[in-house]
Design a protein around this ligand. Structure first.
Ligand code: MG
Ligand code: MG
Length: 265
């Protein structure tokens, strides 16, 4: 589960390309655009940068992006429905570059999204940071999950999805260990220096329960309320985890796009 410095450099390149892809999408999100259009844009952008989409063909997933709108939690298949001015768009993207995966998700809020939902996005994004704070040598996987769960569930009353989890990352998209967004302090796999993890809280405004859609992919909240998803690829270090993906480029693109709302922690 531990990566060499050379491997980490390669994962970082792949991870950063995902961040740039999400930023490129943020330049083009507006009412009337379709998930399929953005999916095509993402695939071209990734291929233009010498990589290939990481999700396309993974377990027969048909597209470059997982595009999950409003009550869709994750794994939505891009289609030709039109994005509306009050939609919440969770976009998860993967790349393979130099044989290594990058994997990052960001939930975008259109300008018409109400404050109650913006708060959910802010809290979910902040919970990711709190989880990453725990990703240091000597801690355990349960410390990451505990931090996320405590903040989202106990402090804010949101639903923490149990069925889907973060993961190790490398030449495979999903490596050990699993990184749940819930857990007990001091429990689970010990974190070692240079483990690469994708940490990705999936947090619901209402119940934590989810159901599968008929398309066999999309995961929806059981109560139909909104869900949020933020993901970073990180390296476990002694003092402070190194974050390989970058929200900065995405935030900058959002700032310039009047159809999108900024999500600050
Ligand atoms: Mg992902
Ligand atoms: Mg992931």
């Amino acid at each position: 589960m531990v990566k060499s410095p050379a491997e980490i450099e390669l994962i970082k390149e792949s991870s950063l390309l995902v961040s740039k892809t999400l930023a490129e999408l943020a330049n083009h999100i507006k009412p009337g655009v379709t998930p399929l259009f953005l999916d095509k844009l993402a695939e071209e952008f990734i291929r233009d940068h010498g990589a290939v989409p990481g999700f396309k063909g993974y377990g027969d997933f048909p597209n470059t992006l997982c595009f999950s709108i409003n009550s869709a939690v994750v794994h939505g298949i891009p289609n030709d429905t039109v994005v509306k001015e009050d939609d919440v768009l969770s976009i998860d993207c993967g790349t393979i570059m130099n044989e290594f995966y990058g994997d990052q998700a960001f939930t975008f809020a259109m300008a018409g999204v109400e404050m109650e939902v913006i708060k959910l996005l802010q809290v979910t994004r902040k919970s990711l940071s709190l989880g990453i704070e725990q990703a240091i040598v000597g801690k355990r996987v349960g410390d990451i999950g505990f931090a996320i769960q405590q903040y989202c569930e106990k402090e804010h009353g949101y639903g923490v999805v149990r069925e889907l989890v973060g993961h190790g990352l490398g030449k495979s998209l999903h490596e050990d260990p699993e990184v749940p967004n819930y857990g007990r302090k001091g429990q689970g796999t010990k974190l070692l220096e240079n483990m690469v993890l994708a940490i990705e809280p999936m947090i619901n405004l209402g119940t934590r329960d989810v159901v599968s859609a008929q398309d066999g992919w999309t995961i929806l909240t059981k109560d139909g309320r909104v869900s949020a998803h933020y993901e970073h690829d990180i390296v476990v270090k002694k003092e402070k985890a190194e974050i390989l993906t970058d929200f900065g480029v995405i935030d900058q693109a959002i700032k310039k796009n009047n159809y999108l709302q900024e999500i600050v922690e």
